[in-house]
Design a protein around this ligand. Sequence first.
Ligand code: HSE
Length: 342
Amino acid sequence: MMQEPRLALIGFGNVGQGFTRILRDRGDDIAQRFGVRFRIVAVCDLLKGSVYNSAGLSPGDLLASIEAHGDLSGVTASETSWDALATIERSDADALVEISYTDLETGEPALTHIKAALGRGMHVVTTNKGPVALFYPALRKLAAENDVRIGLEGTVLSGTPALRLGLDVLNAASIRSVEGIFNGTTNYILTRMEQGATYAEALAEAQDKGYAEADPTGDVEGHDAAGKVVILSNVLMDAPITIADVEREGITGLTPEDIEAARAEGKRWKLIGRVARTAQGVSASVKPVMLPVEHPLASVSGATNAILYETEVLGSVTLSGPGAGREETGYALLSDLLAIYT
Ligand code: HSE
């Protein structure tokens, strides 16, 4: 029998629109292949408006309204005034898709949304790094107490299945350490600087292409990557560290001379995030590292991300793929939802 989970989306920026586009274009195929037809019943966005319709909102109509008006005013809806909490409380949705903006200092407002949904027995899928990096153990506990699931694949490497590979496939191989390129903006900047661009030019390009956070300080000073290292430590190593436990250095101290000196030695600078088991627990860091060109992470260029697992049974396993992007991140939400409903 076809399942028809009702979804409430909080946030309708790039990721929400990417996810909705996937449902618009692939919804029939997903229903046919997996027996699940996802129904968006509510969307609430601080800037674009709020719409609810118990029978469901058409993904095509949601996207057409954004295209035509830049907001949700063109969508036919029975409610248009609910805020995020009213949407969670009154939409009778089975799952919350939490994709409001990320705040790595407080996790809000997403934290409040996620707690409200879990407390009501709704599943939650999110790509929001703030609440997960700051409060994963408490959120996992709250989900278990309410017999629901929380999916967070898109918080690290967007739709590239970095967390799932570690959790589902490599867990029994005993993961000793996880390291990788967890920020597309900085990897793009370093790649462009190797090609002769200045730091300022390369950063401006990364902003133009939409890789950078609203405030790129979070990227270039390593905060974004540090948040992902914390998530990896909590989720894959069961080591509940916080952002303050991550030794952090960004790329702003690297000069064109440093980059040239690395090239002369047959090496490349990469901003490497790492978490490794130690006798005391784990050690965690984000810092520029000069890698020999034959290292599996050295050839990962541009905005691409990569993760390298060091395991006892298999040795090292590396996965690379997109780390950001509308549909790339939207796909993580779909894969989390399918993991819950199939
Ligand atoms: N600003 C981030 C990056 C986006 O450059 O990787 C994905 O978290």
